[in-house]
Every structure is written in structure tokens, then in C-alpha cells.
Design a protein around this ligand. Structure first.
Ligand code: TMP
Length: 201
């Protein structure tokens, strides 16, 4: 494979998706084909699974299995063919999100996720992962108008804290692949950090 696989990760409200157009532009300006995609989703079947995953209540392990089913389809039909062509693949989320959300926040055993990862991805890993990190309060404020948290919002705060911690732990375990971006800075500064990283690829 000759292309490069870039993934964007972070809690909901971290603002990662805002930077996709400028990343695409920067890579295209250097003459690369860019395939911009997302998970869950990225294929017609994956997008149908996304609808179920985001709206249908289900057991956390069912969620994990469906994430990897969508991922298998995504790798076979989009990611691998693009990398073989020499394209840059930019995916809004990938397997680190399963470790953060299903394992870190919802308690699915890491060993089960590792088995699925091995099955579905074999040796495929992102070349670089941009982790958009913000304090939990900031991400929650961005997601909803600021006010005294009710019971469910407090639970949500714990949930978000576990997601953030799990992402930071993934970054610590894979320092060569991860770049942590302080997404609490003004947009222009975050955009510059992102562009500086992309310029090194
Ligand atoms: P998005 O809002 O970034 O499009 O992501 C959709 C949601 O799916 C987001 O809340 C994170 C979640 N998700 C998981 O829980 N596990 C995964 O493996 C992936 C890819 C996403």
C-alpha cells in the first residue's frame, strides 16, 4: 500500500469535523487524491448500520459487533482500495473510537475489541491519528446551552470523562501514531496546528 491513512478522533463537541475541509484542501493542493469518509458509515451498508447504531437502543457488545461489521465493509470497499491507489484516506473516526466509547465508557472488555480488531483489520492501522482534546465541560457546553446539570447531564459528564480518559490512554500507548491537538484554543490556532501536522505527512 502506498497511500496514507489519517484518522480524526475526539469526544463529541471537540470540533474535529470542522477541520475536514481545510485538511482536504491542504492535501489536494499538494496533488494528492483525498478520500474523505467516516465511521460508523462510509459505505451504503455502513450508513444504514450507522442509522441503527445512533438511534436504536442496544447492548454495548451488539454495538461493538455492528461497529466492526460496518468497519469490515468500509475497509474492503473504501479504505484498502484507496490506499492501494496511493490516495490519502481521511476518516472521521475509526477503531480508537470503539476503544474510547464501547470499552472506555461502556465497559466492553478490551480483549474482545482486540480480537475483532485483529480479525477485521489484520495489520491495517492509521498512519496518523489527530486527537482533538477538550476538557469535558467545554465539550458539554458546546453540545448544549450551559446551565446547572440535571441527573442525566451529570451521568453524561461521567460518560464523557471516561471517553476522554480512554482516548488519552490510547494516545499514550501509541505515541508514534497520535498527535494530540488542544481543541480548546481559538479556531484559527487549532486550524494552524492541524495544518502544521498535515504538512509533515
Ligand atoms: P460522529 O458524531 O463523530 O459522527 O460519531 C457518531 C457517534 O458514534 C459518536 O457519538 C461516537 C460513536 N462511535 C462509537 O461509539 N464507536 C465507534 O467505534 C465509532 C466509530 C463511533
Amino acid at each position: 500500500m502506498t497511500g496514507k491513512f489519517i484518522t480524526l478522533e475526539g469526544m463529541d463537541g471537540a470540533g474535529k469535523s470542522t477541520h475536514i475541509p481545510s485538511i482536504i484542501e491542504a492535501l489536494q493542493a499538494r496533488g494528492y487524491e483525498v478520500v474523505s469518509t467516516r465511521e460508523p458509515g462510509g459505505t451504503p451498508l455502513g450508513e444504514r448500520l450507522r442509522e441503527l447504531l445512533l438511534h436504536e437502543p442496544m447492548h454495548a457488545e451488539t454495538e461493538t459487533l455492528l461497529m466492526f461489521a460496518a468497519r469490515r465493509e468500509h475497509i474492503a470497499n473504501v479504505i484498502e482500495p484507496a490506499l492501494v491507489r496511493g490516495a490519502y484516506v481521511l476518516s472521521d473516526r475509526f477503531t480508537d473510537a470503539t476503544y474510547a466509547y464501547q470499552c472506555g465508557a461502556k465497559g466492553v472488555a478490551a480483549s474482545k475489541i482486540q480480537m475483532l480488531e485483529q480479525w477485521v483489520q489484520a495489520d491495517l492501522q492509521p498512519d496518523i491519528t489527530l486527537l482533538f482534546d477538550v476538557p469535558v465541560e467545554v465539550s458539554m457546553q458546546r453540545l448544549s446551552a450551559a446551565r446547572t446539570p440535571d441527573k442525566f447531564e451529570r451521568e453524561a459528564a461521567d460518560f464523557f470523562t471516561r471517553i476522554r480518559y480512554a482516548y488519552l490512554q490510547r494516545a499514550q500507548q501509541n505515541p508514534a501514531r497520535f498527535r494530540i491537538i488542544d481543541a480548546n484554543m481559538p479556531l484559527g490556532i487549532v486550524d494552524k496546528s492541524v495544518k502544521d501536522i498535515i504538512a509533515t505527512l
